[in-house]
Each structure stands twice: as C-alpha cells, then as structure tokens.
Write a new protein. Structure first.
Length: 484
C-alpha cells in the first residue's frame, strides 16, 4: 500500500524561529488558515524539518523563545494533518562548539516525544553528512568527531560519522524511548561520496541500512535527490525539455543534457543507492527532492513542474519508496508554497497541482500497468488501486509546437467496469509547458477555500475498454470502479 503520508514538503530549520521565511512571526502557526488549508487541499501527509540550517543554526529550544517554535510546529501539524520528520543538529565545530549538544538534542527529543508523539514520523540527526565540506580534514578543521581517515576522500569519514550518529541516537533513545529514527539524509546522488571510496565503495544509505538494520530504531533510510543537479545556465526551454525528457525516467546511466548539465536518472539512483536498502529490509524516503538545485525560472515554477512532480511521485511509489518530500525554501524557483503575490496568505506554484493529482490517484497499492505505445509519444502511465477501485494516471509529456495528443485505450483486468470518472490536470493551451495558470478538475487550488475540482463521467465498452484522448502536455486521472 502507498502510505498516506507519501507526499510531503521539506522545510529548513530556520522557520521554527520568528521573522523567518518571509513572515513576522513563526511560519508554522495552527491559526494560519491559509497555510493549513493549502496543506489539506494538496493532501500532504509529511512535513520534514531539516536542510543545511539544521547544522548551522543553534538547536531549537536553546534560544530565548525556548520550545515555542517546536510547539507551534507540532500544533500546526495536528491541524494540517501531517506527521513530522524532525532533524536535530549533529555538527559541533571546534571553533564554535555547541555546548552539551548531546544533552540539548536529547532534551528537545524528549520534549517532542513526550508531548507530540502521535505527530512524529521520526527523528533525523544531521543533514547531508557525506559531503566533503561536512568533515574535518587537513586544512579544514570542523567537527573533530567527524573526520576523513584519508584526506580528500569523503567516504573515509563514514566510520567516525557512524560512531557519532550512534552516540546521538543513544541519547535520543534515553529521553524518547521507542522513538523512530531516520537517516542519513544523504546529500550525494552520484558515487562521489561512496564509502570507503568512489571506486570500491557503496552509498552511505546502503552502509547505514546494513549497520543499523538489526537495531530496531531505524525506521527508514533517507536520501536527497535533485534529478537535474545544478542547472547552470540552462534556459527555461532547455530545462523544460530536460525535466520532461524520457531520459530522467528511463536511463540507466548518469548523463549530460543541455547546457552540459549532469543529471542522475531515477533508475540509476534506485539501483545503486536504494534497492540495496530495500534488500536489507528497510524502507527509504526522498526527504529532500526537486527537479534542479535552486530551480530554473520559467520551468521549475511553470506547468512543466506539475507534470514532472506527478510522474516523479508515481515512479518512486512504484519502486517501493515510503515517500517524497519536495524541498521548500523561500526564494527558490522550485518552491511549492509561496507567499500569495496578491497579498496576504499563501499560494501554490504549479508543482503543487502535480502533488495534488498524485494524492488523488494513489489510494491503494501499486498495480502493474502494461503500456503499448506504437507512436512513441512521450507518455507514462501508472495504476494504483484496491479490489474494487483502480486509479490510472496517464501523463502526456509531449510539449511544444505540434506536440501530439495521445489516443488512449485502457483495458482493465478483472470484473466488468461499473463506473469511470476522469479528472484532467491542465495548464495553458495543449503543448504549452510554460504556463503558470493551472487547473485540476477544472478549478484552481487556493488557501482560501477547500478545493472542489470535479470528476467527469466516461463511457466504458465491456469489449474494448475505456477510450479517451489525453491532450499534449496534460495528464488525466481515471477512477475506475468495478465489480467485486
């Protein structure tokens, strides 16, 4: 079954303090009806607090506001209907150490677990610890507890990281007994930080899964993933072409695209970093994910991102992920939720529509969908369902002038179809992936009122199945009810 908290957002630690993320008070406020309504309208089930600021800012709970930011966060989570992945600081630099960091983290975990246990998904420790810059090495004194045994080989720091991670895990377990942990929030999605080295090693995700598989405290392995990497000087049109390309979904090897950007396709990351986690008996989650690092204006905040996000979520659900959290940091083109440009409250960028389309069509378990595509249209399809109801999502990623529509026939297995409903995710004109005005079920999603998109009825022929046209640069979700 696809977990109910599969789709989520990720935020930095900064918004737990006042005056951050573009608001005068705290971002997460249970009385903020606009933000609460958007979370509920999108069907979000997970909220991850982490990011680089976890290891840069003072731990929440040690400032003058005490646990106020944490209390507001979990009060918001209760009203918004999400579970929280809460990250604790790991780094304590020698030049500016965090006094009693072990004790501080244990106190925060104890406070959260003691007051908000039903809304805790897991505690994470540190953020992207595999990167070279995270370690102490000759000429770079940082945290003396996490160091590279071989200079300039990031993977050689894994053993010291593991020892420190376990010390923190033990301290958390003492004040929050039974609390689930997650990690390592791996930063690299190529082999450059593999341990013990890129040529002979494996990912930190695989190592932590193996080292902690029998501890009973690690709930899932966490990986960060920006499929397109650094966009460099990519134009909006180039970025759209890359985001919607079959290469991201199907390629088995890391490759390059215009403008000489390096992308990591889904199958490579799965086979090399995450399939071994599943083989070790643990689940995995992409706790920080997006199309590009920072995004590309006109692409990451355009309709292309809605189709990309919808496809991204379904692909990873079909490959056993426990969830995906899209990173949301003020000022990035990849942001899902942004301050409402009309003034007051919040609004969503097109990516939010892709998330909502997924949550509408992901109730149940992944089912196989065999696709015949003799015309070679840039199209993907997924099926999720239960015994009497299936959801089929068809995404036509063909875009640009002359992009083809797809004439689709669905032949459902099993008993006769009793009812078929369809809902369309659309931007501007067919073929236009740069649109900023998006609709789902014929209407928009706002933070003002509950979303009320509508389904339309389709005919189903008992002999030939369900026929429909999926216009270029649109997606259709079908809800198919059948006997038994």
């Amino acid at each position: 079954m696809i977990p109910g908290d599969f789709a989520g957002l990720s935020f930095e630690r900064g918004p737990l303090g006042p005056g951050n993320a573009g608001v005068s008070g705290n971002l997460f406020n249970p009385a903020d009806n606009s933000l609460v309504t958007l979370f509920r309208n999108l069907g979000l089930g997970s909220l991850r607090i982490g990011g680089s600021t976890v290891d840069q800012l003072i731990p929440a709970g040690t400032g003058s506001d005490g646990f106020a930011g944490i209390d507001g966060l979990f009060a918001f989570a209760a009203v918004a209907g999400v579970k929280v992945i809460y990250s604790l600081r790991l780094l304590s630099p020698a030049e500016d150490p965090i006094g009693d960091l072990l004790v501080v983290n244990a106190q925060a975990a104890g406070h959260i677990w003691g007051h908000y246990q039903p809304h805790v998904a897991s505690f994470a420790i540190g953020n992207e610890p595999d990167w070279h810059a995270y370690h102490t090495f000759p000429g770079h004194p940082l945290d003396p507890a996490i160091y590279e045994e071989v200079a300039d080989v990031p993977g050689s720091a894994y053993q010291s990281y593991l020892a420190q991670w376990r010390r923190f895990a033990d301290a958390i377990g003492a004040t929050a007994p039974g609390a689930p942990l997650s990690g390592p929030d791996l930063g690299a999605y190529t082999n450059k930080t593999y341990t013990p080295d890129p040529a002979n090693g494996v990912s930190w995700a695989e190592r932590l899964a193996g080292d902690e598989r029998d501890s009973g405290r690690l709930s899932e392995i966490t990986q960060h993933y920006y499929a397109g990497g650094n966009p460099g000087d990519s134009t909006a049109q180039q970025a759209i072409g890359n985001m919607l390309s079959p290469e991201w979904v199907n390629s088995a090897a890391i490759g390059t695209q215009p403008t000489a950007t390096t992308y990591t396709p889904y199958p490579w990351l799965y086979e090399n970093n995450l399939a071994p986690v599943t083989a070790a008996g643990l689940g995995y989650r992409l706790t920080e994910s997006n199309d590009y690092l920072g995004g590309v204006q006109g692409a990451s905040d355009a309709f292309a991102s809605a189709l990309w996000a919808l496809d991204h979520l379904h692909w990873w659900a079909a490959h056993g992920a426990a969830g995906v959290n899209f990173h949301n940091r003020q000022g990035l083109f990849t942001d899902t939720i942004v301050p409402d440009p009309a003034g007051g409250g919040y609004a969503i960028n097109p990516k939010g529509y892709g998330i909502k389309a997924f949550t509408l069509g992901s109730a149940g378990q992944v089912k196989p969908a065999q696709i015949q595509n003799p015309g070679g249209i840039n199209l993907t399809a997924y099926c999720v369902g239960t015994a009497g109801e299936d959801y089929v999502t068809v995404i036509n990623k063909a875009h640009g002038a002359g992009a083809p529509d797809a004439a689709v026939t669905i032949v459902p297995p099993g008993p006769a179809v009793q009812d078929v409903q369809a809902m369309t995710l659309a931007g501007g004109q067919p073929g236009d992936a740069r649109a900023t005005h998006v609709t789902l079920g014929g209407t928009t999603i706002t933070g003002d009122t509950p979303w009320n998109g509508s389904w339309s009825t389709l005919a189903a022929d008992p002999r030939t199945g369900i026929s429909l046209t999926v216009r270029a640069t649109t997606a259709v979700i079908l809800r198919i009810q059948s006997g038994a």
